[in-house]
Design a protein around this ligand. Sequence first.
Ligand code: NAD
Length: 739
Amino acid sequence: MSASYTAFSVEIDKDGWALFRWDMQDRSMNVITLTVMDELDAMIDQVSQDDAIKGAVIVSAKPGSFTGGADITMIHALKQGMAEDAELSAEDAAAKLLESSSRLSRIYRQLETCGKPFVVAINGTCLGGGTELALAAHGRIMVDDGKARMGLPEVRIGIFPGAGGTQRVMRMTDPQSGLQMLLQGKNLDAAKAKAMGLIDQLVTEEADLVPAAKKMLADGLSAEKPWDRKGYKLSGAAQIYSAAGFQLWPAANALYRKETHDNYPGARAIMKSIYEGLLLPMDQALAVESRYFAAVLQTEEASNMVRTLFVSMQALNKGARRPQGAPSLKLKTVGVVGAGFMGAGIAFVSAKAGLDVVLLDQSAEAADKGKSHSDALMQKAVKRGYASEADREALLARITPTTDYAALAACDLVVEAVFEDRKVKADVIAAIGAELPAHVTLASNTSTLPITSLASHHSDAENFIGIHFFSPVDKMMLVEIIMGEKTGDQALANAMDFVRAIGKTPIVVNDARGFYANRSVMAYLLEAHLLLTEGIPAAMIENLALQAGMPVGPLALTDEIAVDLAWKIVQATKADLGEAAIHPAQEKLLHVMVVEQQRLGRKNGKGFYDYEGRNKRLWPGLAELVPQISDPDLIDQIDRQDIRNRLLVIQALEAARCFEEGVVTDVREADVGSILGFGFAPFTGGTLSYIDTMGAAAFVDLCDRLAEQHGSRFAPNTLLRDLAASDETFYGRFADAPA
Ligand code: NAD
């Protein structure tokens, strides 16, 4: 029989091995689409029905990647389609969703049980549905070139591996590693995948994959999986009702709760699918997994996370906000002026992306010290096996420390990151400007100074912009690009090209005090500081924030940012905007911490926590400075939900204000920025999705109630009242027409 494919090509050799090469013409990376599913179906039919074919190999023809997994926009559309299919009853809609969302799982099971052996040969990135395809095959070979990765990252965007991933991983590797892989969604390198038993064989060169796969077939690879053989038994703790199982599963559940606070339906479904699936034969186990998958797709958390952390983030990374038609900037060399804490980090991420860096500071010593930061990070990477000694040397060779401004003349873009001082910045900007060719964009990394005022020190204000990084620069994926009044489109395009070249996600914000992210962060810290002064025990504040979904408690975050920096910001706000703009209780608390106690945060080993090496514990002396409720009866009466609400609502409200004021103008940027920039409870999909999901009217009611109880900082803004009155959402009103 013959079949025709568009995403694959097929060759059958004289030994009867069919070789399917996956190569989607219109995509840079293969993804699983409806067409691919149809063709996989046809492929399985062809192999099983054609007597001339004895077995098959699936490879990718895209160099360095097998597949990015299922086309997530398809999942997004699937869910959207269900919601809009008004003809169907809720029950029929759910059944239709189950039918379509479990299709891939059925195809893979068919492949697994078709009677002829399949080998998947992985030449690079292999994610999600691609990994599940490999696990369903009878043999797996992977290239071990330091770059190839396989993994099941679905949980990180609110869903979970629903095409057999949870069941096959848990039957192929030890339960602890399997649980970790599924719940963390981290990718595995080839050696680790082999050690876990998920890969059968490694090869060093991509060119060896197909011969090795055919040899595996020729050596008699069985087309029957262990779990389909009679008498198959799970071993060790995978057998839930066994001594080992009794040890593992209660602890695993506790760990799951500690890590997620049960906020993520995707993670919860992994636990349930595994637990129930391991008690059943494969076909029923897969059916259980499929049902949970369809159920998770219908949750708000999955919709919001897929939208923000996949669809919107991808759009922003691809330059959704880049001015159309602006010529792209081919970056070779960037200048970084100021080799301190931030400048050193910016130099590192630039050099890591392959750019040459001119790193300038006042003294050769300071410039060298900035470069040594890259050395320290690379040494760590080498030690952990993420980079080679040669990588370290090559990266360091790209960074040229200097004190000579003339060296900036060779740069394609320059970022200034000197002291946060108007006079110092003015002098430095003028000195840089004197050396820069006319077309080169100059950016400032300032956190607080208006870009428009800094631009006045540059002869070409149109080519001056803010590029605001977050600390630590190597870990934080968000960058705010700040438009001054006169900043032109080409400068914006250049800044975006730079941010994209270093692999970070840009959001475009307008020039306003605190920009976007820091405004919400300061609101979060303020709320926690006020809670503390109300007598709420510090440990309770920290734990409730984590339960609400924040990755770091607000007191720990104050320490990370530095307590004295928070104090300085409060002082600067008072000086610029007056007494009414700050909260005396917070000012007093920070004064005591910083001025009286010299508790500056992690940087001097003492803040709200005491630090000893990597360990920390809440500072016991805090209760003496700020009385904390200790009577157990009174502690029981503390309204925990009220505190969780306060900690999230104040941040979302600040985001809504930023939106109304035009500081952020695109709902996608507000949401993506809130998760990447300040860790706003990711299961919500971000600050504006949080409000939309609750409904503007309910959110406004909650704000009004909080304002009555805790102060006018909770008073909702006009835009929110307006959305509530007309029963609209941020996405409904603004998704297609940025504010
Ligand atoms: P830092 O004090 O660690 O580093 C500043 C560096 O600038 C020092 O190495 C200093 O020697 C150098 N410098 C000062 N005057 C100079 C001059 N005339 N010529 C050349 N170099 C000079 O400060 P930082 O924390 O890295 O902050 C730098 C900038 O980044 C500030 O504008 C700050 O607001 C901003 N920022 C900081 C953070 C943060 O978390 N620290 C986050 C985002 C943005």
